[in-house]
Write a protein that binds this ligand. Sequence first.
Ligand SMILES: [Zn+2]
Length: 197
Amino acid sequence: MNTPSHVILNLALLGRQSRSQMNSPIIWGALLPDLAMFGFYAWAKLVARMDEATIWQEVYYQPFWQTVFDVGNSIPLALLAMGIAFWLGQRYPQWRSGGHVIIFLAASVILHCLADLPLHVDDGHRHFWPLSNFRFESPVSYWDPDHHGAVVALVELSLVLIASWPVWKLLRSRWLKALLIGSIGLMGVAYVGFYLR
Ligand SMILES: [Zn+2]
């Protein structure tokens, strides 16, 4: 899925008004699996000055970069972080609130991975790294029109629109609310531009 969708849907599923202090870990957990990719793109574009085709058809698939992307998309690593945070919180009460932050961050990472798993054809990640190199090749893509991308993108946009009201009520900061409206607007424009032209 697209990064803003992950943030909005994860907030809707994991966030509660009674624990709005967990909004930040949920937001960062939803962003984390895609952060390496943004770093990679910024480096390839601005530092190495590659063209789009080289970036996405060659360098993106190099084993080194694939491993970098897989670290942030690993369900076992997120579960491990969750387990350690839970254990520390049980054992040392003073670390309990910090542990909760890690648990929500990791839960959001896992939710991101579970949402991506069925929606990538040949650009998916090794979600079970380092335990397994298995890479699920889905018949359905979140973007590629040759693999039902137009339908999936419409479903994704609809879910985001449905989630936007509970998320709006959840957000405390004016900046985040503005970002929410901006992202939904951009996604709508991107959908129309990409699929309805
Ligand atoms: Zn992702």
